[in-house]
Design a protein around this ligand. Structure first.
Ligand code: TMP
Length: 210
C-alpha cells in the first residue's frame, strides 16, 4: 500500500534518543482529537501484544550479556513492524484515521544500516516484507545532537542507549540523509526548540494533508 491508496493520513515521528518524540506524539494526538479526527497512536517497536513482547525481549538485554546481533535487530524490529502494520496501521488508515507512529521503517535504515553498518539492500528487503510497501505521508525528524541528547537524560536505560556517541552520530547522519533525499515527505525540525514551537510547526504542515 502506498500513500495514495488509503483514506487516512500516516504520520511518523523519527529521531535519535530523547529527541522529544513522545511529547510531540501526545500533543498531536490531542490536537487531532480536539479537531474531531480519529487519531490512532502507536509506537515501534510495539503497539500490539506481540510487538510489545518483542520490545521487552530486546530491551531486557542486560549490560553483562552479549547484545542482539545487527541481523537479530533487523529481523526483530521488522517482525514487530509486520504485526503493527497488519493489525493496527492498515485497518486504521482504511477507516480514514490519522495514524501517528513513534518511529517506523526509517529508524531501521538509520539504526541498523547507518548505525550498525548492515547492507542497504538487505535492510530494504527485510523492511519491505514488514511494511508491505506502506510508506508514511509525512515523516517528522526531531533532529538533535546526540551529545545534547545524552545530557537531557544522563542515565542510559537500555543497551541501545548505552551505544557509543559515534554510533548515535551515524544514526543522526542517516536520518539527515534520508530527509535530504526525500524532502517532500520529511519535515526536519530542530529538537532543541521549545516543545510548543515544534508542535505548532508539525500541526501547520499536517493541515495540508488533512
Ligand atoms: P524509543 O522507544 O525510545 O524510541 O526506543 C526504541 C529504540 O529502538 C531506539 O533506541 C531506536 C531503536 N530502534 C532501532 O534500532 N531500529 C528500529 O527499526 C526501531 C523501530 C527502533
Amino acid at each position: 500500500m502506498t500513500s495514495g491508496r488509503h483514506r487516512g493520513v500516516f504520520v511518523t515521528l523519527e529521531g535519535g534518543e530523547h529527541a522529544g518524540k513522545s511529547t510531540q506524539h501526545e500533543a498531536l494526538c490531542r490536537l487531532l482529537r480536539e479537531a474531531g479526527r480519529e487519531a490512532t497512536a502507536c509506537r515501534e517497536p510495539g503497539g500490539t501484544a506481540l510487538g510489545e513482547r518483542l520490545r521487552a525481549a530486546l530491551f531486557a538485554t542486560a549490560p553483562d550479556e552479549p547484545p542482539p546481533s545487527p541481523e537479530a535487530e533487523l529481523l526483530t524490529f521488522n517482525a514487530a513492524r509486520a504485526q503493527l502494520v497488519r493489525e493496527v496501521i492498515r485497518p486504521a488508515l482504511d477507516r480514514g484515521a490519522v495514524v501517528i507512529c513513534d518511529r517506523f521503517a526509517d529508524s531501521t535504515v538509520a539504526y541498523q544500516q547507518y548505525g550498525r553498518g548492515l547492507d542497504a539492500t538487505l535492510v530494504a528487503s527485510a523492511t519491505a516484507v514488514a511494511t508491505g510497501g506502506l510508506t508514511p505521508d509525512l515523516t517528522v525528524l526531531l533532529d538533535l545532537d546526540p551529545a545534547d541528547a545524552a545530557r537531557r537524560v544522563p542515565t542510559e536505560t537500555d543497551y541501545l542507549e548505552r551505544e557509543t556517541l559515534a554510533f548515535h552520530r551515524r544514526v543522526r547522519q542517516g536520518f539527515l540523509e534520508l530527509a535530504a533525499a526525500e524532502p517532500s515527505r520529511w519535515l526536519v525540525l530542530d529538537g532543541t526548540k521549545p516543545a510548543m514551537q515544534i508542535t505548532h510547526a508539525i500541526w501547520e504542515r499536517l493541515q495540508g494533508l488533512l
